[in-house]
Unconditional design. Structure first.
Length: 188
């Protein structure tokens, strides 16, 4: 059971951000003064079983993986992991390889011939693999993490994009000021 659902369990502002259409990068950029992308990992890396199934990749479970932090005014607010089959990273999705610190949105929302399948949602429980990985790159992120994912198709090649929301639910409703680098354990 992958735990992904078509139901957006988010409430209020977080629910609206989880359901947001179009470019998440553009929305984040509009919420602060400086938007930036920090690349954590990119290259030929193992896929999870869940990702391999979502991509229809049988057998060998390595793929092309890009992991980033999206930052607003220097504060990491989204962790994103995008994956595709290795062969597709050399063909339909080869432009992902050369992105560097430009957002993936520059590829997905500026080129024709790309379609997006419906969003899925998941609440990652504390002390599971992804929240533990994220604590290493973003200490202070909530222990339980809200995420969404969708598949983009180009020339019938799937690219699975997962976005994990790192600020606590309350931060997604407030003004820009909530992005300020505060310790989200409640200490200013
Ligand atoms: C798909 C988008 O691109 C964002 C940027 C990403 C990147 O640079 O790797 C990955 C996922 C998204 O959060 C978007 O902005 O909607």
């Amino acid at each position: 059971m992958s735990g992904w659902t078509d139901h957006n369990f988010g409430h209020g502002g977080l629910g609206r951000w989880l359901a947001a259409t179009g470019s998440l990068s553009a929305r984040l950029a509009a919420s602060g003064d400086v938007f930036s992308v920090q690349v954590l990992r990119q290259g030929r890396l193992p896929l999870t079983v869940d990702e391999a199934q979502a991509l229809g990749v049988a057998g060998r479970r390595d793929g092309y993986v890009r992991e980033v932090l999206l930052k607003v005014d220097g504060v990491p607010v989204v962790f994103a992991r995008s994956v595709t089959a290795h062969a597709h990273s050399l063909a339909a999705w080869r432009s992902v390889r050369g992105l560097g610190t430009r957002p993936l949105a520059d590829v997905l929302f500026r080129r024709s011939g790309i379609t997006r399948q419906p969003m899925q949602f998941k609440q990652f429980k504390p002390n599971t693999a992804l929240p533990r990985q994220i604590q290493r790159v973003r200490p202070g992120a909530p222990r339980s993490l809200s995420a969404r994912r969708s598949v983009f198709l180009r020339q019938q090649a799937p690219l699975l994009v997962m976005e994990v929301f790192l600020a606590p639910p309350a931060a997604w409703t407030g003004p820009v000021a909530r992005w300020q680098p505060i310790d989200w354990k409640g200490r200013p």
